[in-house]
Design a protein. Structure first.
Length: 242
């Protein structure tokens, strides 16, 4: 039996004025999956994520099978367990690491069994450096630490699905490897992931399923290993001549 779907998006299109950034794109994300969307800069990856999160108007249909019949607002999406970590990370720079994490838990404060201490423990187990720097202001952290904080803050909302926009952006290769290793751990902890990445090689190495966008159009999809072995992907995204 296949895993339950968390998002089922069909024929989604997004336009900025007369310019169509995403055209008739369909994606599905199921429980227990890491799904990646790869493509060149400007392919429409971030626009697609923003539409899925409810941040941009779109045509087509985006449904949430675990919350049937609902047209979810951004806040309702978060409460339903869907959380976006944007490319810009959007941290509160003058607030401490701990204060940023507390804000991540805000939407869960009235839920049954809310235990802030245990939520901190879970994040600090995944990102020990955040525990070491819990009193430090976010704007004094390194790039890798800021990405860890952005992920940790999202995890404080107890998501079922994380939408990650370019988590490796601007990081040294050793930090990219560390961040993506944590993404794999998230799947093991029961958090599904939709990973948007320009670093196709790294994304395909950890994903279960992949979509390829070119100029706003879906041109390929399939199991990540199969997509990674496709000659077109090898030549265009993985730097291998065929």
């Amino acid at each position: 039996m296949s895993a339950p779907l968390l998002i089922d998006a069909q024929n989604v299109s997004v336009a900025y004025g007369r310019s169509e950034a995403v055209r008739d794109v369909s994606v599905r994300i199921a429980e227990g999956q890491i799904v990646t969307v790869i493509g060149a800069n400007g392919a429409g990856k971030t626009t697609l994520l923003s539409a899925l999160m409810g941040l941009l108007p779109f045509t087509g249909k985006i449904s949430f099978p675990q919350t049937p019949g609902a047209e979810l607002s951004v806040i309702a999406r978060v409460e339903a367990g869907i959380c976006l970590v944007p490319e810009t990370r959007d941290l509160f720079g003058t607030m401490s690491v701990e204060e940023n994490l507390r804000l991540g838990a805000f939407c869960r404060r009235r839920t049954r069994g809310f235990d802030l201490a245990s939520m901190f423990d879970e994040v600090f187990l995944l990102f020990p450096r955040l525990k070491e720097r819990r009193a430090q202001k976010a704007n004094t952290l390194s790039g890798g630490e800021r990405q860890m904080l952005a992920l940790g803050r999202a995890l404080m909302s107890k998501p079922r699905l994380l939408l990650l926009d370019e988590p490796s952006l601007g990081l040294a290769p050793v930090l990219v490897k560390e961040i993506l290793a944590r993404v794999v751990q998230l799947r093991e902890l029961g958090v599904s992931v939709l990973l948007v990445e320009q670093n196709a090689r790294a994304a395909l190495a950890i994903a279960d399923y992949a979509y390829v966008l070119e100029t706003g159009t879906l041109v390929m999809e399939g199991p990540a290993a199969k997509v990674a072995a496709d000659p077109r992907v090898l030549e265009s995204y993985l730097g291998a001549s065929v």
